[in-house]
Structures are given as structure tokens and as C-alpha cells.
Design a protein around this ligand. Structure first.
Ligand code: GAP
Length: 481
């Protein structure tokens, strides 16, 4: 088995992408910090998401993390946002019930606490840690509570409760696309695999509001085929447009957001052969969803949900309309409707882990490479003096300060040997290294070294610094090399 995951975890901590939070106090599972490079990578991904949805006329808001109880009473999260859980009386370990069922070789998926108790009492479930028989099965609400407030488990509700203000801002027009990037919080019973299941995580959510009689958005276009797993058990490799035309994806707006998500994930660096869209089985859907398609990415040999695309119907708006002072009805011509919502919800932490592991490889000499593309790489280019000689350092710093006003994602490095510096930049995903050497002092040329091919090309400094966008100039060089 290939194991990129462990390499990524090790690299991330050593190089400053991400690491477990509060580790000097022993660490607390489910919390991770982003380090200096992780912050840049994360912001680049959020920027791509925002710009991609601006193309669709999206508007964005920013609402509080702490949310009053009535909001989650109406949204169904207080009553239904829970996992079936169990606890061992002896070793006190808490588990998701599904983990214990799997460990005990039981294939059942209980739908509620009664069914869970029945299965548990019939089967003498053994604790996976100490082997004791587990007696206590319970419903565990996943929200963190603070007095009469809750930390939001999704950013979406902040958009739904503001629907009328946003609709007014949008000049009373549908479809209306609203986005929010922010933190989500879930008291996960068993946080796992670093960024995969966190208690505090980063979401970029889009709520798109439609006339229920017209779940249609912009025209679908031809794009690369991708693996599609509808809940009929069939498996297809088709373009999303073909999947919609042949009825595999049931409505046009859903197909549009699946296609958009595929294209955005590709732009971030997720590969089509390591991406699939899987439709939820009816008993797997969240309490608010009538249909859901997950974008799943391959990390090593395991598929992980990274984006959830749900048809939330008018579940949320109707409930807020019924429980607050605001009617969520809008007038479209002669009819009054409560809009339907299609929601692509992007988990940024899981996208980061996926793109890092899918971009990672080892050269024959064992050195690591993170082949991030220029849209997401923390730095576009690095500038080095070949040796730590004053004249070379001065010239390299001069080049750095001439490039910096045009591209802030540039780093100067003169620590260690040139070989070590190339290796360091390869490992953090920098596509280009520019080296000042003794020839530079004579003829004002530098070497550009390309991360992926490791080839080098000599160019005039003036050809680089005269460009408005030095990165584009380097990209053009790469194409003709
Ligand atoms: N508003 C809909 C919603 O929250 P979801 O499928 O529960 O849907 C959307 O979450 C995305 O958020 C997931 O695809 C995943 O990438 C991310 N996510 C959810 N829970 C997470 C957790 N505990 N840790 C890290 N990411 C999580």
C-alpha cells in the first residue's frame, strides 16, 4: 500500500503546513493549527472558491459562530443532528456505534436509538479497546453548547436566517447564490486522521436559492469525464453533462453544481482519476436533504468526502418561516413560493489534505516533492544567491525587492547549500527557483529552475523584472522549454 498520508503528516509539521494544536499540553484530538505555509495554502483555496462563485454572481456574508438556540431548534439540529454512540463502562472509551458494530462483525445500520438498543442487547457488543461488553448506547448531539447558545455545526444557517435581507439586496431575484466561508464546530465522538474529522473546521458553503418549479441554472458544458456512483449501485465514467442528459443526476441545478465542483477541485489540484461523485443512499442523507451527492477524493487507497452537494428543498426556509417573525415566502409573478436550496458545501481542511497527498511524490533519490500548482502553492518563486558571498547576496536581495512589488508570494533563501534549498522549495511546492551566480555579476542573467522537470534555463533579469506579472513570464518559459 502506498502511504502518502504519513509522509504528508510528517512533512506538514516539519515544514509548517499544519500540526496538532495544544501539543505542549499533550494535544487534544480534533484540533489542528495551520502553520505559516498552511495559512497561505488555505487562503489560496478559499480565494479560488470565492472567485469561482463570483463568476456566477454570488454574494457573500459573514455571520457569528455562536448561534442562539431557537435557530437550531427550527433547523432541526437540536433534535436530529446526532450520532448513535456508546461508551464502555470499564475503560470509559466513547465510540460511534457504527465503529463498534463493524468491530463486532455486525452489518446492521440502526435508524434510531430503539433499533440500536435492540441490536446491542441481542449481540453482546465487545469494546474494541478492552473487550468488555458494552451496555450503554445513546444519542449524542454533535453541537457544542455554551449557555443558551450553540457553536454552529455548519455556516449555512447564518445564510438562511438572513434570507429576506439578502433577497432584498439581490433586487428580489432568483436564482440567488450566497456564500459564506467560516468555521464549523462539531463535537465529533471520534476525531480522526488529522484534518479529516476535526472538532473545529473550515467550511466554504454556497446556498443557491431557486424557484421550486425551475431548478435550473446556467447551461451545462462539456468537461472531462469523472466517476459517478448513483445510489442505484451502478458506476459510470461520464461527463456531468452526459450524466444529467441520461437522467443519472436528477435535476439541472444539482448537475450544474456537481460540474462546477469538479472544475473547481481540478483547479485546486485534485485529479479526476482520484475524484468521484457518490450519491447518498436514502437512509444516509442528513435530516434536511432530499438528495445528496458527495465529492470524494482518494488519499492512499481510501475515499473521503470533501464536498457535500445537497438538495435541501425549502426545509430550512420553511422552518425558519414557521418559527420566527419573518415570512420566507417570495412572490414570483402571480405565485407565492418558499425557494428551494441546492447547497454545495466545501470542507477546506479535507480539500487541503487531499490536494497535498495527491500532489506528493518522492524522487528516485528519496527527496520529497509537493507538485502544487501555482494557484494554491504558498510561494510562486524563490530567489537564492548560489553561495553566501556578499556580492551574490546583495544581487539576490536586489532581485527579490524588484520582484516583490509585482508578486508578494516570493521568498528569499540563503540558508544551507543550494541543493538543500532546491530540496526545501520542492518539498513546500514552490514551482520556480531563481539563482544568482557569478555569471549574473557579469551579464545580468540568472538561472530559473523548474520544480517538476528540474531543468534549468538561463534568462536575463530584465526579461523577468520588466514583466507586470513575473509568474506568467516563468510559466511561458516552462511551456517552451
Ligand atoms: N451545510 C452542509 C454540511 O455541513 P456536511 O456534509 O456535513 O454538510 C460539508 O459538511 C463538508 O464539511 C464535508 O464534505 C467535509 O468536507 C466538511 N466537514 C464536515 N464535518 C467535518 C469535520 N468534523 N472535520 C473536517 N471537515 C468536516
Amino acid at each position: 500500500m502506498i502511504n502518502m498520508y504519513n509522509d504528508i503528516i510528517e512533512l506538514s509539521k516539519r515544514r509548517g503546513f499544519f500540526w496538532p494544536s495544544f501539543s505542549i499540553y499533550g494535544g487534544f484530538s480534533g484540533f489542528y493549527d495551520y502553520g505559516p505555509l498552511g495559512v497561505l495554502l488555505k487562503e489560496n483555496i478559499v480565494k479560488l472558491w470565492r472567485e469561482d462563485y463570483l463568476e456566477d454572481g454570488a454574494i457573500f456574508i459573514d455571520t457569528p459562530n455562536l448561534t442562539p438556540e431557537p435557530v437550531f431548534k427550527a433547523s432541526g439540529h437540536i433534535d436530529r443532528f446526532s450520532d448513535l454512540a456508546c461508551e464502555c463502562d470499564k475503560c470509559k472509551t466513547k465510540f460511534k456505534l457504527e465503529t463498534v458494530l463493524k468491530y463486532n462483525g455486525i452489518n446492521a445500520v440502526p435508524k434510531n436509538l430503539d433499533e440500536a438498543n435492540e441490536i446491542s442487547s441481542k449481540n453482546n457488543l465487545k469494546c474494541p479497546v478492552c473487550g468488555n461488553i458494552i451496555k450503554r448506547v445513546y444519542d449524542f448531539n454533535l453541537m457544542f453548547r455554551a449557555n443558551d447558545m450553540y457553536l454552529r455545526p455548519e455556516t449555512a444557517q447564518g445564510i438562511f436566517v438572513n434570507f429576506k435581507l439578502l433577497y432584498n439586496y439581490n433586487k428580489n431575484r432568483l436564482p440567488m447564490i450566497v456564500g459564506q466561508a467560516g468555521k464549523g464546530f462539531r463535537n465529533e465522538i471520534s476525531p480522526r486522521q488529522s484534518l479529516i474529522r476535526l472538532k473545529e473546521f473550515n467550511q466554504c458553503e454556497i446556498e443557491s436559492f431557486f424557484d421550486p418549479d425551475s431548478l435550473e441554472f446556467k447551461e451545462l458544458y462539456d468537461y472531462f469525464p469523472v466517476k459517478l456512483l448513483p445510489n442505484t449501485g451502478d458506476v459510470y465514467k461520464k461527463t456531468v453533462k452526459e450524466a444529467y442528459e441520461s437522467g443519472i443526476i436528477p435535476n439541472q441545478a444539482m448537475a450544474y453544481f456537481v460540474l462546477k465542483t469538479q472544475r473547481l477541485l481540478n483547479k485546486i489540484g485534485i485529479k479526476n482519476e482520484m475524484l468521484r461523485f457518490r450519491q447518498h443512499m436514502p437512509d444516509e442523507r442528513a435530516h434536511y436533504a432530499a438528495d445528496s451527492w458527495d465529492a470524494e477524493a482518494l488519499i492512499d487507497d481510501e475515499w473521503f468526502e470533501i464536498v457535500g452537494i445537497a438538495n435541501r428543498t425549502n426545509f430550512d426556509l420553511s422552518n425558519h418561516g414557521n418559527n420566527s417573525s419573518e415570512s420566507m415566502t417570495v412572490k414570483i409573478g402571480e405565485k407565492e413560493v418558499i425557494p428551494y436550496v441546492i447547497e454545495p458545501s466545501y470542507g477546506i481542511d479535507r480539500i487541503i489534505l487531499s490536494v497535498m497527498s495527491q500532489s506528493f511524490y518522492k524522487r528516485d533519490n528519496g527527496y520529497n516533492v509537493l507538485a502544487l500548482n501555482e494557484y494554491v502553492a504558498p510561494f510562486h518563486m524563490a530567489v537564492f544567491p548560489l553561495l553566501k558571498k556578499q556580492k551574490l547576496q546583495e544581487k539576490a536581495k536586489e532581485l527579490f525587492s524588484n520582484l516583490f512589488p509585482k508578486d508578494k508570494y516570493i521568498i528569499y533563501d540563503d540558508v544551507g547549500s543550494i541543493g538543500k534549498r532546491y530540496a526545501r522549495q520542492d518539498e513546500i511546492g514552490t514551482p520556480y527557483c531563481i539563482t544568482i551566480d557569478f555569471q549574473t555579476l557579469d551579464d545580468n542573467t540568472v538561472t530559473v529552475r523548474f520544480r517538476d522537470s528540474m531543468q534549468q534555463k538561463r534568462i536575463l533579469i530584465s526579461d523577468l523584472v520588466s514583466q507586470e506579472n513575473p509568474l506568467s513570464a516563468l510559466n511561458a518559459l516552462k511551456i517552451v522549454q
